[in-house]
Ligand binder design. Structure first.
Ligand code: PMP
Length: 392
């Protein structure tokens, strides 16, 4: 069979023919609550710029300065010629903020998950992973020869049942998103940590959507539960609250030092460019100086949830009480989901549609999210447009 047969993707063709292709819309402005997209004013309900810092002039200025001082790129990996004092400052600030001994940065969050899991887990180990974990965790597990056991989403009985099936003397890693990216719900960290203790497993949390969002001063999921000392490995990304690009892992000095010397995705890839590192550092410092920002974000997202419910917009069950600014709207069928996304887009609201295989068959949804800089007036306007788009 021709290797390229799969590239002739029938489903994609159908979506294009029906005029409901929803991806790769072109932004022509900054990430902001209102953006310009393909020549049109658009209310942005699809950004992870949770704290609004991607358009903050002070954060942008830090990027400019770094570009001037260090140039445009590092042309090499942290391991070799690509370590800047900026990277070290950023790692130090992250370790301090999250309460770990040490931290290490990678060029994306995706790469960070690959870097951690591929180095930590080997052929005799077991990885217990929530079914709704991010795709990068799935790919990271595939990079190892470890056995991956997926437990039902936040189902602690299922996690325990799977832990019981693992040989006592095997290495075990329980890995979970802190805040789940699609539903916006928070993992059952206290139960996970208790099970980890009972069965001798290590715990890793992907806090891409937790940092800057929950926990005291935005310190994330582990601090939200007061369990930072029980999470062995914390990872996160700069592409959301910290308004940049890159990822980090925070852990004990021993673990981070091991990763620095044993992790192929880290060692063999160029480090974060100066402007992006400086932006992440400036955003983190800004968050430290403004611990009230996550509280404000929470007020905005509570307002959005209330207004959505008033407009009869069907949020995914459980999402009415989310602490994170993620508001998943239940649609159902694939075509229906894409049609509603298109109608919303034409009405002036950008959302992110998710269809199978990203979600189960029949579980199509529009992932919407708000940022600390969305005003009540914008949320009211967007809810009206979404409610109209849903009437089809
Ligand atoms: N983990 C989670 C939970 C995510 O949502 C994402 C990005 N959407 C990543 C990891 C990857 O982060 P990045 O975009 O920085 O590669």
């Amino acid at each position: 069979m021709d290797l390229f047969k799969k590239c002739d993707y029938e489903r994609l063709k159908q979506v294009r023919e029906k005029g409901i292709y929803p991806w790769f819309h072109v932004l022509e402005s900054r990430q902001a609550p209102v953006v310009q997209m393909e020549g049109k004013r658009m209310i942005m309900l699809g950004s992870n710029n949770y704290l609004g810092l991607a358009e903050d002039e002070r954060v942008i200025a830090a990027g400019h300065e770094a570009l001037e001082k260090y140039g445009s790129g590092v042309s090499g990996s942290r391991f070799l010629n690509g370590t800047l004092d900026l990277h070290l400052q950023l790692e130090h600030a992250l370790a301090e903020f999250t309460g770990y001994e040490d931290a290490m940065t990678c060029s994306t969050g995706f790469q960070t998950n690959l870097a951690i899991i591929s180095a930590i887990c080997g052929k005799d180990d077991y990885i217990l992973s929530d079914r709704e974990n991010h795709a990068s965790i799935y790919d990271a597990c595939r990079l190892t020869f470890a056995k991956m056991l997926r437990y039902r989403h936040s189902d602690m009985n299922d996690l325990e049942r799977q832990l019981q099936s693992v040989p006592d003397d095997a290495g075990k890693l329980i890995v979970t998103d802190g805040v789940f990216s699609m539903r916006g719900d928070i993992c059952c960290l206290p139960e996970i940590c208790a099970l980890a203790k009972k069965y001798g497993a290590r715990v890793m949390v992907d806090d891409a959507h937790g940092l800057g969002v929950i926990g005291p001063g935005g310190r994330g999921t582990a601090h939200h539960f007061g369990l930072a000392s029980e999470v062995d490995i914390l990872m996160g990304t700069f592409s959301k609250s910290l308004a940049s690009l890159g990822g980090y892992v925070a852990a004990s000095r021993t673990v981070v030092d091991f990763l620095r010397h044993a992790s192929a995705p880290f060692i063999f890839s160029a480090s974060i460019p100066p402007a992006s590192a400086a932006v992440a550092l400036a955003a983190l410092r800004h968050l430290r100086r403004h611990p009230e920002l996550p509280t404000h974000l929470r007020e905005v997202s509570d307002y959005a949830r209330k207004v959505f419910v008033q407009h009869g917009i069907p949020l995914k069950p459980g999402a009415e009480t989310n602490l994170a600014p993620i508001l998943p709207i239940v649609i159902g069928g694939t075509q229906e989901t894409l049609v509603v996304a298109k109608r919303a887009y034409e009405g002036g609201v950008f959302t992110n549609p998710f269809i199978p295989p990203g979600v189960p068959e029949g579980g199509g949804l529009l992932r919407t999210s708000v940022t600390a800089t969305h005003t009540p007036a914008l949320i009211d306007e967007a809810a009206g447009i979404l409610a109209e788009a849903l009437k089809c």
